[in-house]
Design a protein around this ligand. Structure first.
Ligand SMILES: Nc1nc2c(ncn2[C@@H]2O[C@H](COP(=O)(O)OP(=O)(O)O)[C@@H](O)[C@H]2O)c(=O)[nH]1
Ligand SMILES: [Mg+2]
Length: 280
């Protein structure tokens, strides 16, 4: 009948649509999009601390413990181009109503990983709203790898996130050994050498993270969890294997981040198993 209707192909409802003004196909979806809104950055009442299948652990403002919440998909803006693997990510500010995440807030920044599905890439947003990214490397065991450090730093720079390089396991360095990480200091990056094992340099790390929301990334085995434990003087802090030791909450997605209270009033986000980020 009307030429515009032909673009609305495949929808049986369109036949009784005769009273309405013709609209192009995209606008036909408006009512749903209108409900699925992203709130302003300060309109949330909770922070996502960990993701689980179809649920997330969320800490409501002013409360110490996280609670598990489901999602109201109809109002979470998780559709459209640049599809994301989960409706929210760790670090997201969200609006929770009656134990359900109903909206997420605009992100100030984010670090993402593209899921390995080139034809229909799904964004895996690892973490959002951080004030500092600390790239943790080891002086030895595993070998210091500038390639890995550079990839993390590039992603952070693309999002204007300040970065620091923390070279752990300094106790393993032979006297006079080469320190390839010193070259990063000349590019304006804060470089700290420390040892979670003997405690050298960890005070400087504590001063660096004080009061900030900080994501820690780096190869598995470089000592991220050991640094956290040393600074918190708590041998159970952080995640052990597949379980979050602090929350005791079940299995996590293998590359999922976790947000926990860190030392010196910091918020500490561990990003286990992630080898690189890209900017969204
Ligand atoms: N020699 C030495 N070993 C360390 C140090 N920090 C951590 N480790 C060891 O390195 C291994 C991996 O540490 P972990 O904290 O689990 O690393 P993560 O995978 O980055 O969280 C463990 O066996 C730690 O005991 C350090 O400063 N010096
Ligand atoms: Mg760890």
């Amino acid at each position: 009948m009307r030429p515009q209707d032909r673009f609305d192909s495949g929808s049986a409802d369109d036949d009784d649509d005769v009273q309405r003004a013709p609209r192009p196909k995209r606008e036909a979806k408006k009512p749903l999009e209108g409900r699925a809104i992203v709130l302003g950055p300060d309109e949330g009442n909770a922070t996502v601390v960990e993701l689980f299948p179809n649920q997330s652990a969320v800490r409501l403002d002013g409360q110490a413990d996280a609670v598990l919440c489901g999602y109201r998909m109809a109002t979470l803006a998780s559709r459209g181009p640049g599809r994301e693997r989960s409706p929210v990510c760790v670090g997201d500010r969200v609006k929770v109503e009656a134990g359900v995440v109903v909206h997420r807030c605009e992100r100030r920044n984010s670090l993402v990983r593209t899921a390995p599905n080139a034809r229909n890439p799904i964004l895996h947003v690892i973490v959002a709203n951080i004030e500092l990214l600390v790239v943790v490397a080891a002086a030895r065991d595993p070998e210091f790898s500038p390639g890995i450090v550079d990839r993390f730093m590039g992603a952070a720079r693309a999002q204007s996130i300040p970065v620091a390089l923390c070279v752990n396991k300094a106790d393993l360095l032979a006297p006079g050994a080469a320190r390839p990480w010193n070259s990063y200091a000349s590019t304006g990056v804060t470089v700290l050498e420390c040892s979670a094992r003997i405690g050298d340099g960890v005070q400087a790390l504590e001063a660096l993270v004080r009061g900030k929301t900080v994501a820690f990334c780096g190869n598995s085995g470089v000592g991220k969890t050991s640094l956290l434990r040393r600074l918190l003087r708590d041998d159970t802090a952080g995640r052990v294997g597949a379980v979050n030791a602090r929350s005791g909450m079940g299995r996590h997605t293998t590359t999922g981040a976790v947000l926990i209270p860190g030392p010196a009033g910091s918020t500490w986000i561990d990003t286990p198993g992630i080898m690189n980020f890209t900017a969204p």
